[in-house]
Write a protein that binds this ligand. Structure first.
Ligand SMILES: [Zn+2]
Length: 113
């Protein structure tokens, strides 16, 4: 099988200092996706990517459950489902804007800006 559709595993190895566990989590997702694509089953890359995203969303939401103290300052920004979704989308938007795969030379509007 071709490796053209595998994400380079050094893709996210930026110069930025990430918090403990952040880079390891990115590596785990990218390596896991690549491993699935290289498997004998050869699943569809879009299905693999959507599955990874679904798992990441569930994991993120699980980690942002507010504690039982209704006045807790740490949990104030994630104390409703709407707030958690807004925070999640902020992070998603940030990662899209930082990704070198967000804009591509093949975009229909490429070069028209
Ligand atoms: Zn709390």
């Amino acid at each position: 099988m071709s490796t053209d559709n595998l994400l380079p595993d050094d893709y996210f190895a930026g110069e930025e200092e990430y918090p403990e566990g952040f880079q390891e989590a990115i590596d785990a997702v990218i390596n896991g996706g690549n491993r699935l694509l290289e498997s004998n089953d050869e699943p569809d890359a879009w299905d693999v990517a959507s599955g990874l995203l679904a798992g990441a969303v569930h994991f993120w939401l699980f980690s942002r459950q507010p504690c039982s103290d209704p006045l807790c300052e740490s949990c104030a920004s994630v104390s409703t489902a709407e707030q958690r979704l807004a925070r999640l989308m902020e992070e998603v938007n940030q990662h899209c804007e930082e990704s070198e795969y967000y804009h591509t030379p093949l975009d229909r509007n490429a070069g028209s800006a």
